[in-house]
Design a binder for this molecule. Structure first.
Ligand SMILES: [Zn+2]
Ligand SMILES: [Zn+2]
Length: 143
């Protein structure tokens, strides 16, 4: 593994990825669809430019809505990524499939209104939407 390269893969090892450079952001998504898709109480994704992530193996797709798809391993079922069809230049890779997830702590929450009531995780972090709003306040031309 080269410096600055991130690697990861599914439980059985059939699907592997490597990404060059750090993720743009790491976000805990609490929405119901992500929770079901990954089968965990929160789904944590690392955002990359799609062109910087290279996949090896039989990554399969499930269209979870008109606007989104989920990538998974057809052999072991690991949830590997999320794609938002209006933004094909971005890919959201599940942090839990990283070989070294400790190196990439989350910096945002998304859909906190759907967070499980008993779950406490990174309570100090802002929501992605509030971070976007305050960035727009600083620079109203950035939207
Ligand atoms: Zn697998
Ligand atoms: Zn979500």
């Amino acid at each position: 593994m080269r410096a600055g390269e991130i690697t990861g893969g599914c439980l059985c090892g059939d699907v592997r990825f490597h990404a060059s450079g750090a993720p743009r952001r790491v976000t805990h998504c609490h929405c119901d669809m992500c929770r079901r898709a990954v089968g965990a109480v929160v789904a944590t994704f690392a955002t990359f430019e799609s062109s910087r992530v290279e996949w090896r193996g039989p990554l399969s797709r499930y269209d979870s809505s008109d606007r989104a798809w989920r990538g998974f391993c057809p052999r072991c079922g690991s949830s590997l990524c999320f794609g938002y069809k209006p933004r094909p230049d971005r890919i959201y890779v599940t942090l839990g499939t990283f070989d070294d997830p400790n190196a990439h702590p989350a910096s945002f929450h998304d859909y906190l209104d759907q967070k499980l009531s008993w779950l406490t995780i990174d309570a100090h972090l802002p929501t992605a939407a509030s971070a976007k709003r305050s960035a727009e306040k600083r620079n109203p031309l950035s939207r």
